[in-house]
Design a protein around this ligand. Structure first.
Ligand code: UVW
Length: 339
């Protein structure tokens, strides 16, 4: 056993001592069939932004747009390369490219190895850096092998994003339309407001459902044409109040399998003042660290949300596997909704 004590309100151990999937365990074959039952018109929606949005690094100064390049091939580049250069009989023209991609720059999944916390799980009176289910920083989620400032060698040997990919992440999902009720104003949505909105729209969350929050933030991002203004981003659209204990309790009780939004961090970041203790990202701590709930961020939900509004529906089939990229702590994703 890796831990003697688990964090208050966590589900560590409940899906097995070595579990790395968390609430994805609730995305069962029955949930896939429930999702398939929502496909009635044969329409599909791409739920990804173009991956070079938001543009620049105003949203997060540590994350940069994708950089694509190609390799050399002899004295040429391997791009529009005519194979007759190596054999005059060949007629093929070939292009290859590579990409340097910050895995959480645009439409993304957070792996369970993305955010952990300091917690005294072994009872020695000293808090240690841990992730979901007690997997340890430095041992299971390894840092750079060499000196402190080395940039390479990071590897999530446990809780890597490939574990999520291997489940195929498909099943019934639903959308809560915060934008319809809050407009494009910056609104902190707590438990009471969320329940009011869900009640007004007749939205019911059942265990295993994948929950999407449409706030309109991705529309604001798209409207800025890859040249985002930091102030506008900070002041736009609804965000969840991660400091509201009732909201966190609802996430625990609802049984939702994953939580997704079209905004930056699902929750307000920075969060409301939490006094002298606590996580900077309390909803991240609650979901990724305590409950094993993967978070989707910066998704593009607009066209789906408009369709659901017009048709008086809120459920759909979602398929959203991340890249099967071993050891990564996040991944770009091109999710597909089917109705
Ligand atoms: C923030 O950086 C605020 O959130 P995330 O890392 O989940 O994108």
């Amino acid at each position: 056993m890796r831990w003697k004590h688990r964090p208050e309100g966590s589900n560590w151990g409940e899906f097995g001592p070595d579990d790395e999937l968390g609430r994805l365990n609730l995305l069962t074959p029955d949930k896939v069939l429930q999702g398939v039952a929502e496909v009635r018109e044969g329409r599909s929606f791409c739920l990804s932004l173009p991956l070079d949005y938001p543009g620049g690094n105003a949203l997060n100064r540590l994350r940069h747009p994708p950089r694509r390049f190609t390799s050399g091939r002899g004295d040429k580049l391997n791009y529009n390369f005519e194979l007759q250069r190596i054999n005059p009989a060949f007629t093929d023209v070939v292009s290859d490219d590579a990409v340097l991609l910050y895995t959480q720059y645009s439409t993304q999944w957070d792996a369970l190895s993305h955010v952990g916390a300091l917690f005294d799980a072994d009872g020695d009176g000293v808090a240690e850096p841990l992730y979901y289910n007690g997997w340890r920083a430095g041992e299971h989620i390894r840092g750079p092998a060499g000196h402190e400032d080395a940039l390479e060698g990071v590897n999530a040997e446990r809780l890597g994003i490939e574990k999520m990919a291997e489940t195929a992440v498909s099943g019934r999902a639903l959308l809560i339309d915060l934008q319809k009720h809050c407009g494009h104003e910056r609104v902190l949505v707590d438990h009471a407001r969320l329940q009011q909105i869900m009640l007004a729209d007749g939205v019911v969350v059942e265990p295993g459902d994948m929950v999407c929050l449409y706030t309109g933030f991705a529309d604001v991002v798209l409207g800025m044409g890859r040249q985002p203004d930091a102030k506008t981003l900070e002041n736009s659209c609804a965000v969840l109040d991660g400091r509201d204990p009732a909201l966190l309790q609802w996430i625990s009780d609802s049984g939702l399998s994953v939580l997704i939004a079209d905004n930056y961090a699902v929750e307000a970041y920075p969060a409301r003042d939490g006094g002298s203790c606590c996580a900077a990202l309390p909803l991240h701590e609650h979901c990724l660290f305590k409950l094993g709930i993967h978070l989707g961020e910066l998704w593009y939900l607009t066209e789906l949300a408009h369709y659901l509004r017009q048709s008086g529906r809120y459920r759909f089939l979602l398929s959203a596997p991340p890249l099967r990229l071993p050891g990564a702590v996040g991944s770009p994703v091109s999710p597909v909704a089917l109705v």
